[in-house]
Design a protein around this ligand. Structure first.
Ligand SMILES: CC(C)(COP(=O)(O)OP(=O)(O)OC[C@H]1O[C@@H](n2cnc3c(N)ncnc32)[C@H](O)[C@@H]1OP(=O)(O)O)[C@@H](O)C(=O)NCCC(=O)NCCS
Length: 244
């Protein structure tokens, strides 16, 4: 199975993976309860979000190509994707042009979700590890290709990258993701509750971390290569176009 860095040619396939896989994560129903009524809004805003990740310098988006398309199927057949933030600079807001008026989402739930996860990211990850962490934003495998080891391979890429830079991997986990991360040695730091005041409906999301057992948090400063080398490494990866 081939893991490589995504290109804009992968956008359609990556969008398909997300809109197919993420309804299996409870946060999707919570945030986008009207996606079946407004499938175009849902597709377009998911695509715009992924396109934004592809353009951001300090993010890496990796895809795994369907095994049957490895011999000439081209780049359209990505069936698994992972979005990594290599936090060596301030992330800033992710803009979604044209999505202010999206009709597939529940705005109150979106706001509660973003607020709770921003606060939890600060509490569990950023206040301890600062910009010396590798954060997994998105991991999804198309339902037809799940349980073939693609999610594991995506995680192992990030874990190896993080280890090489003496940094931890951090992630907010869905129930399916949580089982996978736990099997790979991640541990749970806490549970994040997302809930709008006055509503019964709520989400519970795990804040999880993978650390190379040999190191403690205060030793991350500087890392093995020095964190600024991430930028160089990233540009080298981009130049090559694929990597293990
Ligand atoms: C989580 C996910 C990315 C795993 O991808 P994958 O390619 O199937 O990963 P793997 O084949 O390496 O599977 C590893 C583990 O994931 C879990 N898993 C994968 N598919 C599953 C399914 N259909 N039902 C329940 N658990 C599943 C299992 O724990 C599995 O281990 P097991 O087969 O030994 O029981 C995938 O299930 C997915 O896209 N889920 C929906 C989106 C999501 O929740 N993403 C994670 C956000 S934090």
């Amino acid at each position: 199975m081939q893991l490589r860095q995504a290109t804009p040619d992968d956008l359609e396939a990556m969008t398909e993976v997300m809109v197919s896989a993420f309804p299996m994560d409870p946060q999707w129903d919570y945030r986008f309860p009207l996606r079946q009524e407004y499938p175009k809004d849902h597709w377009q805003c998911t695509r715009v979000m992924l396109s934004g990740f592809l353009r951001r310098d300090h993010f890496v988006v990796n895809v795994i190509v369907a095994p049957e398309s490895e011999d000439g199927g081209g780049s359209r057949n990505a069936v698994s994707l992972a979005v990594w933030e290599l936090q060596y600079e301030e992330a800033g807001e992710l803009c979604l042009p044209g999505c202010d008026e999206r009709r597939d989402a529940n705005p109150a739930h979106m706001k509660a979700f973003d607020g709770a996860l921003s606060a939890a990211k600060q509490q569990y990850f950023d206040s301890v590890y600062g910009d010396r962490q590798v954060h997994l934003w998105i991991l999804g495998t198309h339902p037809q290709y799940q349980r073939h080891g693609f999610g594991t391979k995506q995680c192992v890429w990030g874990m190896e990258f993080a280890k090489a830079h003496a940094a931890p991997v951090t992630v907010f986990s869905s129930p399916m993701g949580g089982a996978l991360y736990a099997s790979l040695g991640f541990r749970t730091l806490g549970q994040v509750v997302v809930q709008v005041e006055g509503e019964e409906e709520k989400l519970t999301i795990g804040a999880m971390i993978y650390e190379d057992g040999r190191r403690s948090s205060h030793k991350y400063v500087g890392g093995v290569l020095g964190w600024k080398h991430c930028r160089l490494l990233l540009s080298l990866l981009r130049g090559v176009g694929s990597h293990p």
